[in-house]
Every structure is written in C-alpha cells, then in structure tokens.
Design a protein around this ligand. Structure first.
Ligand SMILES: Nc1nc(=O)c2c([nH]1)NC[C@@H]1CN(c3ccc(C(=O)N[C@@H](CCC(=O)O)C(=O)O)cc3)C=[N+]21
Length: 298
C-alpha cells in the first residue's frame, strides 16, 4: 500500500512567515512597528529553547521582540505589575507568558491580567469565550489555529468528517474542539474529545477520519488506533531517553510515526509538524494585534 503524504509544518510555516513579513512591512509603512514581549520565569531549559526559537522567527519577519526573564522566586504580585506596565505601553502589541510556570504562580490569574487585545496566545477567558462564539476580532490559541491552517493549506476538508481529539487541555484539546465545531470552512466537523477517563479510547480513535493526538504520552497512538486512509496529526512532545544522542534524549510524539505512515493518507512529522505552525500563528497573531491597535475596538 501507498505511504501517507507528509503534512509538512516546517514548509507551511515558512510560507506563513513570508506572508507575515509582508504584513509587517505594510504596518511599518503606516508607522507601526509590531512588537512582542516574551516573559519567562525561572530556568527551565525547554522554555529557554522555545523562547529563543520564537525570538529568532520574530526577528526574521521584522517583528521587534523583547524577553523579560524573571527569577524563579518572583512573586505573583511582581508578575502582575510587569504585565500592568506592558498593558499600558502602546508600543507593545503582544504579550506572551511562557508556560509552564512555577507552582506558586497562578496561570489563571496571569492569563486574566493580560490585556485581551495583547493576548496573542489566546489564553484570556474573553478570547476563549469569543472563539466559542465564532467571533473574529479576537485571538485563537496558536496550536489549534496552526493545526487548522495546516489542513487548510493542504486542502484537507473537515466538513462533516469525524474528528477525534485525544486530550482535553485548555490550550490544545478543548479549544481545538471548539474550532472544528465552528460553522466555517475547514471546520463544520463532528468532534469527539477523548481523555484519560474515557472508555473505549481505541474504538473512538478507529472511527476518526482525522485523528489529533494531544495527550503528551510518547507513542501512545499505535497503528491499531488508526483507520486506513485517516489523517493523523501529532501534537504531543515528550523527551525520551536516547543514549545515542549528545543530549541523552530525543523528542517523541504521541504517534508511532513509522507504523502509522504505512496506513494513514496524511500525517504530520514530529518534530517538523505542529510545532513550527504554532510559532507561525503566534507571529500572525502579533501582526493581528498590531492591526487591531490601529483603531478597531474589541
Ligand atoms: N505561553 C505559551 N505559549 C506557547 O505557545 C507555548 C508555551 N507557553 N509553552 C510551551 C509550549 C510548547 N510550544 C512549542 C512551540 C513550538 C515548538 C516547535 O517548533 N518545535 C519544533 C522542534 C523544536 C525542538 O528541537 O525541540 C518542531 O516541532 O519541529 C515546540 C513547542 C509552545 N508553547
């Protein structure tokens, strides 16, 4: 049988970055220099790597960026004060607080403290609520948006299809379900969300025309979960031991890629699939924030 075709997130992300760069140039001609601030707390090596990757891409597309590195023992009050200052500063269009945060900080309170007009992650309850209602003058979370955009660029139709999402996180599973339920192109799907307490997980997955794995368990999805010719999207990122690599670990997705590529019609590599799309949407959201700041009130 023929092998699955790749949903190449790296390639599509570069296409989007090119469009973002053009939008940045249009804004610059109007005197707006899009600017994003990344806040990082403590030292968590993966977060440092991710923030560096975001900064590098921002620079490539002409978006100004700044990193605020706060110490591990920063108080909630101090984080809120930093956010307040950034909220007030009209030269800053986007604010991102890199997750995960140390346990003494409340992700919920921090998400609420970001001006929703600068919330390029789309984690503020106002943005999540507007997404649920299908409104457009708001920010959608970047990973769900990146997955939808990846399907769109490969013209993979979702209308009327069985979409099964593994995982119900606030940043991927839940908002992705809301996105695929919207009355719009590359949505209009029949959505099932399966999670750790679901019964018959495998049977649900076997019904999927489009299967999205976002549970964060290395190689959880094996070929017996996948209907022949299904589209498989691998979101999860785990680090697993790999004595042959210099760092001692390698990145593993939620999907057993080698097996599943033999039966799926389309599959995302991981790395090289959803991750780069997330960053592309983050920068696209930053441009949207700068455009909305030109006078379109929420
Ligand atoms: N406020 C906030 N917003 C986020 O969007 C956010 C966050 N916190 N915390 C952590 C997660 C994770 N995340 C990734 C983005 C890109 C890649 C990515 O591009 N990965 C490369 C591989 C990079 C590598 O070598 O590890 C790839 O998939 O090809 C991965 C992970 C954004 N996150």
């Amino acid at each position: 049988m023929e092998e699955a075709q790749l949903l190449d997130g790296r390639l599509v992300a570069e296409e989007i970055h090119k469009e973002t760069r053009e939008a940045v140039q249009r804004l610059r001609r109007k005197g707006i220099l899009p600017c994003v601030v990344f806040i990082r707390v403590g030292n968590h090596p993966p977060s440092e790597l991710y923030v560096r990757m975001k900064q590098k891409k921002a620079q490539e597309v002409g978006i100004q960026s700044e990193v605020i590195a706060l110490p591990e023992d920063v108080t909630q009050q101090e984080v809120l004060e930093s956010l307040d200052r950034l909220n007030q500063d009209p030269s800053i269009h986007g604010i991102l607080v890199q997750l995960p945060l140390p346990k003494h900080l409340s992700e919920k309170k921090i998400a609420l403290a970001i001006d929703p007009r600068k919330d390029i992650d789309g984690f503020h309850p106002l943005n999540l609520g507007k997404m649920l209602l299908g409104e457009k003058d708001c920010f959608y979370p970047c990973t769900p948006l990146g997955i939808q955009e990846l399907l769109k660029r490969y013209q993979i139709e979702t209308e009327g299809k069985e979409v099964v999402i593994l995982g119900r996180s606030n940043i991927v599973g839940k908002p992705l379900a809301a996105l695929f339920l919207q009355k719009s192109k590359y949505a209009n799907a029949t959505v099932t969300v399966v999670h750790s307490l679901s019964q018959n997980i495998k049977e649900h997955c076997q019904k999927a025309d489009i299967l999205v794995a976002a549970l964060g368990k290395a190689h959880f999805v094996t070929k017996d979960f996948v209907k022949p010719k299904a589209v498989v999207v691998d979101v999860g990122v785990s680090r697993i031991a790999d004595p042959s690599s210099p760092q001692g670990f390698k990145i593993a997705g939620d999907v057993d890629f080698a097996e599943i590529k033999k039966i799926a019609s389309w599959i995302t590599p991981n790395p090289g699939g959803v991750g780069p799309m997330t960053i592309a949407m983050l920068l696209a959201n930053t441009v949207k924030a700068a455009e909305l700041s030109l006078g379109h009130p929420f």
